[in-house]
Design a protein around this ligand. Structure first.
Ligand code: FAD
Length: 394
């Protein structure tokens, strides 16, 4: 078997960022990344791709061009963790050993948890921004919408980018106005929770946005089935359990999500399946040579790339301290950010921490809709991602 000083599972946002930062450190360890995909995606762009602003190809790069120099890429998938022996087992049957392990395997999309969804995706107005393969169906559905009922859903599970299900709703509504079909339509945003956003300051602003746009926000509605032959969406009311059937002409579905199965079924898992890490240090709660980061981790914050930007340097400094036998001094405060796109050309930039307190970067009230924040999301952040964050600089 091959053994490396540091092995990173997953070469997505978190995996590449951490690899890049570690390899830029004064004493870079020997690093291998296990990542099965030849393509890497900047997923935040899919919101604007789904709204027809950009072609999906701008969100895609070759993984081989992002692996930092000197880092070994093992093009394979981890299927089993064996932390007692510091080993990983891959899909092709290889055993990979490590001294230190970083788990950055992302979140799993559970399309099949909603009966009727998988087979109807991409057809007859059923669409989703949540994967590269389905994102074009969103723009197709929005563009071809001739009036009727447009529904936007959010599942009753943790998801990546908690704001994304409503961003596409605001954009679609704006598009329907531009093309003159808004008068013939109802636009429904079905949310599983009882509030529109977890942070009060932004929730207050977003409730007003939805009101102004005439969007019917249905709280505590969880999509449980899709009957595409009849164009019906079945919801269960959270807590009450009552079924509600809604007719749709287009429906944007955010699928249920959970920790990757290989993590869920491993000794690394928390009670509900995430990589069970200390929320301050990112070190595993039971295996002290293992760290977890990003969407697959148990960190109790909103799962975003912006959060990973703040998690990565903490993990890297703590891992290097561990390797050097010194105490872990660095701490993550739960910082996360969500640019809530409220239309073509406007964004509310939500930034907050574990305590759900706003943690705003700019010297103005970020709960107001602004073009400048839209420009940041659409044009500046993608550049910072490819040229800063993934290079270990930002
Ligand atoms: P990923 O980047 O998903 O990477 C996980 C990697 O692990 C993948 O490459 C995968 O192939 C690999 N992997 C999986 N299983 C295994 C295995 N068994 N073995 C080896 N490798 C494995 N974030 C923001 O900050 N702002 C936004 O505006 C925003 N908008 C979003 C909009 C949409 C529509 C979506 C889908 C996401 C959005 N996000 C946003 C969230 C952001 O993209 C994610 O939080 C971030 O990419 C998570 O990074 P990660 O490294 O944890 O997971």
């Amino acid at each position: 078997k091959d053994t490396y000083q540091v092995v990173i599972v997953g070469g997505g946002t978190a995996g590449i960022t951490v690899a890049a930062q570690l390899s830029r450190s004064d004493t870079p360890p020997e690093i291998a990344i296990i990542e099965p995909s030849e393509k890497h995606y900047y997923q935040p762009q899919w919101t604007l791709v789904g709204a027809g602003v950009f072609p999906r190809e701008i969100s895609e790069r070759d993984t081989k061009d992002l692996i930092p120099p000197g880092v070994v890429w093992i093009k394979d998938r981890v299927v089993r963790f064996d932390p007692g022996n510091n080993n990983l087992i891959t899909e092709t049957g290889k055993t990979v050993g490590y001294h230190y392990l970083i788990v950055a395997a992302g979140i799993q999309l559970d399309w099949d948890k909603i009966p009727g969804l998988k087979e109807s995706l991409g057809k007859n107005g059923v669409c989703s921004n949540y994967s590269y393969h389905t994102v074009n169906s969103t723009w197709e559905s929005i563009r071809n919408f001739k009036g009727g009922n447009a529904i936007f859903t959010q599942p009753n599970t943790p998801i990546k980018c908690g704001g994304a299900p409503q961003k596409i709703c605001y954009l679609a509504e704006h598009y329907f106005r531009k093309t003159g079909v808004r008068d013939k339509s109802t636009v429904t945003l079905a949310l599983p929770q009882g509030v529109i956003f977890a942070v009060k300051k932004y929730a207050n602003a977003l409730v007003e946005v939805a009101k102004r746009k005439g969007i019917d926000v249905k709280y505590q509605h969880n999509l449980v089935e899709l009957r595409s032959d009849k164009k019906e969406a079945i919801f269960k009311k959270v807590e009450i359990g009552e079924s509600v059937t809604m007719k749709y002409d287009m429906i944007h579905v955010t699928p249920p999500m959970s920790a990757p199965d290989c993590v869920k079924n491993s000794p690394l898992a928390s009670e509900i399946g995430w990589v069970d890490v200390n929320k301050d240090t990112l070190q595993h709660n039971r295996f002290d040579n293992i760290f977890g980061i990003g969407d697959c981790s148990s960190l109790p914050t909103s799962k975003t790339a912006a959060a990973i930007r703040k998690q990565a340097p903490v993990l890297v400094r703590n891992l290097l301290a561990k390797i050097n036998g010194t105490p872990l001094m660095d701490s993550y405060d739960g910082y996360t950010a969500c640019p809530v796109v409220t239309g073509y050309g406007s964004v509310i930039l939500a930034e907050f921490d574990y305590k759900l307190n706003p943690r705003e970067t700019f010297p103005f009230d970020q709960s107001q809709e602004r073009y400048s924040m839209y420009a940041l999301k659409a044009f500046i952040l993608p550049r910072l991602y490819w040229h800063g964050m993934l290079k270990g600089r930002a």
